[in-house]
Design a protein around this ligand. Structure first.
Ligand code: FAD
Length: 420
């Protein structure tokens, strides 16, 4: 095994959004950063719907202008349908100040743009190499890397950021994996030529549709700017297992019963590979340790229903770099107080919403006919990714969601009684 020359301040495992943003931020602060990426870009990744809060993180990393120039589909909100109920949140109408629009992106193109721009700014990136081991020494870290020819070499760094997504390199190597408190769910998805000619369909919003009979099953429709769209379904695993046929046939069967979506996708051309991810929710014992921190999906991943993955990934990169800057400057930052606790606050805000989605509280709030505009702006802020804003009562006190759901349900019962 060869020792590569030189020592890096920071090595980042993975060149997805969290790796690219962390690398660009560190490079801006003058640190010597190397990103090791096991695949070659562009490569497919799921997770195409961004939240407006992402825009600030991209801007701070100097990566926003390339994204703005890429011609991605603009996005200004999230729409929801359940049977014949339909409602939406416009992210420009929200409590928290900041960006109110963002993009729906093909991740192969988006992820490549980010890492290419980070590289253009001075970050070093190696593709096709896989990080396979982590050894802690008193004066730094030794990483083992396997190249395309399956030869191993070692790299030295002061600190390692694990941005390996579902690769979860350090959680696996260091035994940090912990089962998620969320039930296991399966997602099947693809890209289609959507051929939607319904003039009332809003391409600037993700559409989340609930299965007409089972609120545990939901669908996404994320339109792109070129007449194509990402389409997927999330279900308890047994629902999929009990269907016959290929994953494509199962996806089509499930779409067929989602009344609103079936109308929209009646002419769609299913011309791309179908992907499947099972049991995606994951958690860890700790988000940092001696000379390492976990970013994005390498830490905790909840659920895709509110498109929070990339936003949490970029927030984790931003907080980690601020804390790491102090470490690299010879200070002794408090990783719990400066990184893990603040990150967890937003994750917990989304966790409360995800739990509320699956137990029906949030669905009843979303589809309630009686909406208070000020409360809608608070919900809209969180759906737009501003999950760390303490001025939002639903961030500060997550239990408010139950109270609101009860109010909405009472109003609905009152309306039904009046109708009788
Ligand atoms: P990734 O983007 O996964 O990047 C990790 C990189 O690390 C990869 O390029 C990989 O090749 C590399 N790597 C892995 N192992 C190694 C190794 N050993 N050595 C070197 N490199 C390695 N999020 C949203 O924001 N919006 C959505 O609409 C959305 N929809 C989703 C739908 C589903 C069904 C699922 C499961 C997730 C969805 N997400 C969504 C979440 C989103 O996909 C992730 O949160 C996001 O991609 C995380 O980014 P990341 O930078 O942490 O990791």
């Amino acid at each position: 095994m060869s020792e590569h020359q030189g020592r890096h301040d920071v090595i980042i495992i993975g060149a997805g959004p969290s790796g690219a943003v962390a690398a660009a931020l560190l490079n801006k602060r003058g640190y010597k950063v190397l990103v090791i990426e096991k695949s070659y870009f562009p490569r497919f990744s799921i997770g195409e719907s961004l939240l407006p809060q992402c825009m600030q993180f991209l801007e701070d990393a100097g990566l926003l202008s390339v994204v703005e120039q890429a011609g991605f589909q603009s996005k200004n909100g999230a729409a929801f349908s359940r049977g014949d109920e339909y409602d939406y949140f416009d992210f420009r109408e929200k409590l928290t100040p900041g960006y109110g629009t963002t993009y729906q992106v093909r991740r192969d193109k988006f992820d490549k743009l980010l890492i290419d721009e980070a590289e253009a700014q001075g970050v070093q990136v190696t593709y096709g190499h896989t990080v396979t081991d982590f050894e802690l020494h008193t004066d730094g870290v030794l990483l083992t890397v396997t190249d395309e020819a399956l030869s191993e070499y070692r790299l030295q760094a002061d600190f390692v950021l694990d941005a390996s997504g579902f690769g979860r390199v350090l959680p696996r190597l260091l035994g940090l994996d912990k089962p998620s408190a969320f039930e296991s769910r399966t997602s099947v998805f693809t890209h289609v030529e959507d051929r939607i000619d319904n003039q009332s369909f809003d391409r600037e919003k993700i559409l989340i549709s609930v299965h007409p009979e089972n609120q545990q099953i939901w669908y996404w429709l994320i339109p792109f700017s070129d007449g194509r769209a990402s389409v997927g379904v999330v279900t308890p695993p047994e629902v999929l297992e009990n269907l016959s046929g290929s994953d494509l046939e199962k996806l089509k069967t499930l779409i067929g019963v989602a009344d609103f979506k079936a109308d929209l996708l009646g002419d769609a051309v299913f011309d791309s590979e179908v992907g499947k991810i099972q049991g995606y929710a994951c958690d860890v014992e700790q988000l940092y340790g001696e000379r390492f921190a976990l970013l994005g999906n390498a830490g905790e991943f909840l659920d895709p229903v509110f498109s929070s993955g990339v936003t949490i990934a970029l927030k984790s990169a931003t907080l980690a770099v601020q804390t790491l800057d102090q470490h690299l400057s010879g200070l002794e930052p408090d990783w719990q107080e400066q990184f893990a606790d603040p990150l967890q606050k937003g994750i917990d805000t989304f966790r409360n919403f995800v739990e509320g989605w699956y137990d029906g509280r949030l669905q009843d709030v979303i589809f309630s006919a009686e909406k208070n505009p000020a409360v809608s702006e608070m919900i809209s802020s969180i759906l737009a990714g501003y999950a760390w804003d303490d001025k939002n009562p639903f961030v500060k006190n997550p239990a408010r969601l139950s109270v609101l759901a009860e109010l909405c349900r009472n109003a609905e019962r009152g309306k039904q009684a009046d109708d009788r």
